[in-house]
Design a protein around this ligand. Structure first.
Ligand code: 6PG
Length: 245
């Protein structure tokens, strides 16, 4: 990992969520001041759910310019929206159904389609939204990522060839927990974001985090996330950071 990295450790999961929600609000404001809109990609998993619920609560809800906010997904499990494993389904319950974001500014990944077709469709959606010329990649204002104990991030799993994808924006992959077909943004997309925020909590992540920071090699997919000249924030709780020096 290179670039402009910051590690922020919070006492517990609630304070971690508060910090993440504050970052969401700040980045939304800055992006809208700069370019009139805020484009964010969010992850699944359990860690960000506390932040998602906070987004729909005060003082955050009314401070976020939802009418200029556009929401995309980092990854999705190929299950129906009402399946408990659906990232979109969870986000709807946690905040999307409770905040005034216009429905046509929410871009779930098409988890209901056959995986390859879903990946192609979402890639098209990105190309149109960002008005991309051939071979270009979108630049998100903010991307939230998580990390698994195996060092995966998004749905980019260790040893899987999707980690080496250089051209496509979205790919289909099978793996993870739950071990299902998934859609995921690729590294060239993730690494171009203006700001990346990792949200990591719990003692079960501590040993993996230690390896991530101590070993200067790309052993885990999470180590292939580079801030380049942009911002990479590691938001950790005390438990997940417990083995870091
Ligand atoms: C997904 C993810 C995945 C997640 C990590 C951490 O499975 O949908 O986006 O990359 O962020 O597995 O998940 P937890 O927060 O549940 O530990």
């Amino acid at each position: 990992m290179t670039g402009n990295q910051k590690i922020i450790v919070k006492e517990n999961a609630a304070m971690l969520a508060q910090k993440a929600t504050t970052l969401f609000r700040q980045t939304a404001k800055e992006s809208i001041d700069r370019q009139g809109r805020f484009v964010v990609a969010i992850s699944g998993g359990s860690t960000p759910r506390r932040m998602y619920r906070m987004l729909a609560e005060e003082p955050y809800d009314s401070a976020i310019p939802w009418d200029k906010t556009y929401i995309f997904w980092v990854d999705e499990r190929c299950v129906p929206e009402n399946d408990p494993a659906s990232n979109f389904g969870a986000a709807k319950k946690d905040f999307l159904n409770r905040v005034p974001v216009p429905g046509d500014q929410v871009y779930p990944m098409p988890g209901e389609l056959p995986p390859k077709q879903g990946a192609q469709k979402y890639q098209k959606v990105l190309i149109e939204f960002f008005n991309l010329k051939d071979g270009r990649f979108p630049i998100f204002d903010l991307i939230f990522l998580g990390m698994g104990t195996d060092g995966h991030t998004a749905s980019l799993f260790p040893g899987h060839r999707t980690v080496d994808e250089k051209k496509r924006l979205v790919v289909a992959v099978k793996g993870g927990d739950p071990d299902v077909n998934r859609l995921t943004l690729t590294l060239p997309v993730l690494n171009r974001a203006r700001q990346i925020v990792f949200l990591i909590s719990g003692k079960e992540k501590a040993a993996t985090l230690k390896t991530v920071f101590e070993k200067d090699q790309s052993r885990f997919p999470v180590q292939k996330i580079h801030a380049l000249d942009k911002e990479l924030n590691w938001l950790l709780d005390r438990e997940s950071a417990s083995l870091l020096k």
